[in-house]
Ligand binder design. Structure first.
Ligand SMILES: Cc1ncc(C[n+]2csc(CCOP(=O)(O)OP(=O)(O)O)c2C)c(N)n1
Length: 371
């Protein structure tokens, strides 16, 4: 058996931001001020959207919501590393990559309400956004299928000879699924332009990562499949950006796939249906709260005199105004039109469905409520 050196990048944890608010000068990419501020603003924006939407779920205005609190760094760093032609195959915590890539917030929120502005016509579970405009497919409620889909899309790009890269996400729990094995195997053999990113947030609902695998890390699994592997501090947005951008650029230039483990922590519940106090300690949550990716970047930006109280207030006000306006727009809307129930399956409706459609459209609203 080959023994890996202890400094193998699948066993260490790549980071740039240090506890004291400075950046490691050996690793710092010295990104422009605007990029750093954009990273901060996007993470803060997602945090505020999640807080507001979990509140809406608690008020009974939406049926379900999945927050990503504590995990904002990876979707933001990824969104900022991609080109418009690239594809995203998300898992549970990456729907916000769409927002970072410019998808309109009100349309994104309409999916949570399943209303007439929802491009999925109310047919998906809330928080399963997708958008052709930004090449992002919806996440599947089944854990794992998006991983081979990302590899397949990248194989297609390679066969067509275009320059797009596919990014496939997963949680730590998904690494125990057969789809993970299939995807990693195909990525190793065919070497398509794909980047597979595992957000290891320590929990798969109530199953801790140490019950998920006996491997030293998740990143180390890359070696067994013949892939490049990197383990990065997922609460350090500068480090994630560095690692993801390098992997995306490499894949685009024909350098093959990378498997990235981004080590982070889900600070909130698994979803609006979960009570995490049933399976994890408050002490653990508090330890990770100290490593909050937003607070961490904020310390750095303040030390570097890029952010001050006035800039922060301006950002908060801008986010609040954007969210208020988007929610006001979305909450006005009604359900998808009745006729849409029959759309998108048949090019021409067969006669028996035409009859059902006519009956359905003729029903008065009171009668509909019982169906
Ligand atoms: C095939 C399958 N098995 C079980 C479930 C139930 N389930 C939903 S989310 C989840 C945990 C996912 O954990 P992980 O992949 O670590 O992602 P995280 O939620 O931590 O982001 C499970 C088991 C499912 N949706 N699909």
């Amino acid at each position: 058996m080959r023994t890996l050196p202890p400094d193998d990048p699948t066993l260490t944890l790549f980071s740039i931001l240090r506890e004291d608010g400075t950046a490691d000068p050996q690793q710092d990419a010295f990104l422009p001020r605007e990029t750093l501020l954009a990273m901060y603003a996007q993470m803060l924006r997602i945090r505020r959207i999640d807080e507001r939407m979990l509140g809406k779920q608690r008020q009974g205005k939406v049926g379900f919501y999945g927050t990503i609190t504590g995990q904002e760094a990876t979707p933001v760093a990824t969104g900022l590393s991609l080109s418009p032609e690239d594809w995203v195959f998300p898992a549970l915590r990456e729907a916000a990559v769409m927002l970072v890539r410019g998808f309109p917030l009100s349309t994104w929120l309409a999916q949570v309400y399943g209303n007439e502005a929802d491009i999925l016509k109310g047919r998906q579970m809330p928080s399963h956004q997708s958008g052709r405009a930004v090449n992002q497919v919806a996440w599947s409620s089944c854990i794992g299928p998006q991983i081979p889909q990302a590899v397949g899309a990248a194989m297609a790009a390679k066969a067509r000879g275009d320059r797009s890269v596919s990014v496939g996400f997963m949680g730590d729990g998904a690494t125990s699924q057969p789809d993970f094995h299939a995807a990693m195997t195909m990525a190793g053999i065919h070497r398509p332009p794909v980047v597979l990113i595992c957000q290891n947030n320590h929990w798969s609902i109530s199953v801790p990562t140490e019950k998920q695998t006996a491997s030293a890390t998740l990143a180390v699994k890359a070696h067994a499949y013949g892939l490049r592997g990197v383990r990065v501090d997922g609460n350090d947005v500068l480090a994630v950006h560095h690692v993801v951008k390098e992997a995306v650029d490499r894949a685009r230039d024909g350098g093959g796939p990378t498997f990235i483990e981004s080590l982070t922590y889900r600070m909130g519940p698994h979803s609006s249906s979960d009570d995490p106090t049933r399976y994890r300690s408050q002490e653990e949550v508090e330890t990770w709260a100290k490593r909050d990716p937003i607070a961490r970047l904020e310390r750095y930006l303040r030390t570097a005199e890029i952010l001050d109280d006035a800039t922060l207030e301006g950002l908060e006000a801008g986010i609040r105004a954007e969210l208020d306006a988007a929610l006001a727009e979305v909450e006005e809307l009604g359900p998808p039109a009745r006729a849409t129930v029959f759309e998108d399956v048949f090019a021409a409706l067969p006669p028996h469905l035409q009859r059902q459609q006519a009956q359905f459209l003729a029903m008065p609203p009171a009668q509909l409520a019982h169906h």
